[in-house]
Design a binder for this molecule. Structure first.
Ligand SMILES: Nc1ncnc2c1ncn2[C@@H]1O[C@H](COP(=O)(O)OP(=O)(O)OP(=O)(O)O)[C@@H](O)[C@H]1O
Ligand SMILES: [Mg+2]
Length: 226
């Protein structure tokens, strides 16, 4: 049995740049094993966010395929893709994307409610997760009532609460000071150890990248193992 949770084969993506073809991804290959953690680094504009969008099924490649938990996402209906994403993937972005009108507990419970869990189970698991990320005293706080670091920790809790196969994180610490960045980063690795959720972390921070067991450089549309 294969333990691959995420795979990209021969991914190509170009944009039309004022009549010129801008090649962003060029026959890119990526395989992520269950529980693996890896950093993707690369110059600004090298295509890191584009790659993550394709891996998440939020954008489509010109050619090539992506599979999540062994399922080829190409050709899935939007509803099926949505379910696959909810079931097997978590996301953390530079800006938290928490829903402003809901408190921390409700935000973290959301993926579980969408997956059809009862309100009671979703709330309990969300509270446990918020406890793990050090926010047990902030359950009723809305995002506007949390600090930047707390918001990112809540976003990490939301991404991991359903124990997905893989979390895609695009600069999750990019908006934080060094201390909070390290806290959020270490938290992600700790949760990885506990849940075996694989983590693909895009970061500009060489210091953080260097702490990851696997580092890939996105350059000229391809990944190069560092
Ligand atoms: N919708 C779009 N239309 C045209 N060009 C785009 C589009 N989205 C991204 N690009 C271009 O594709 C390239 C890759 O962008 P991308 O956002 O993936 O880079 P990145 O590696 O994430 O950069 P950063 O580190 O600054 O976040 C850039 O040159 C960008 O200008
Ligand atoms: Mg980017």
């Amino acid at each position: 049995m294969s333990n691959v949770v995420l795979a990209a084969n021969g991914l190509n993506k170009s944009y039309d740049d004022a009549g010129e073809k801008l090649v962003v991804l060029d026959s890119l290959e990526l395989t992520v094993q269950a529980g693996e953690t890896l950093a993707i680094v690369g110059a600004s504009g090298s295509g890191k966010s584009t790659l993550l969008q394709l891996l998440a099924g939020l954008d489509t490649a010109d050619s090539g395929d992506v599979s999540v938990a062994g399922i080829d996402i190409r050709g899935l209906s939007p509803a099926k893709l949505g379910r696959l994403r909810n079931q097997h993937m978590g996301f953390v972005y530079q800006f938290h994307h928490l829903l402003p009108e809901f408190d921390a507990l409700e935000n973290v419970a959301m993926p579980l409610l969408l997956a059809g869990k009862s309100t009671k189970e979703a709330s309990e698991r969300a509270a446990t997760m918020l406890d793990r990320v050090g926010l047990v005293k902030r359950l009723k706080h809305r995002p506007s009532e949390l600090s930047g670091g707390e918001r990112q920790r809540a976003a990490v809790a939301r991404a991991l609460v359903s124990e997905p196969a893989v979390v895609l994180a695009d600069e999750p610490t990019g908006n934080l000071d060094q201390e909070n960045a390290m806290q959020v980063f270490e938290l992600m690795l700790e949760l990885n150890q506990q849940t075996n959720t694989a983590i693909v972390l895009v970061t500009h921070d060489e210091h953080l990248a260097a702490k990851m067991p696997r580092q890939e450089l996105l350059q000229n549309g391809k990944l190069v193992t560092l």
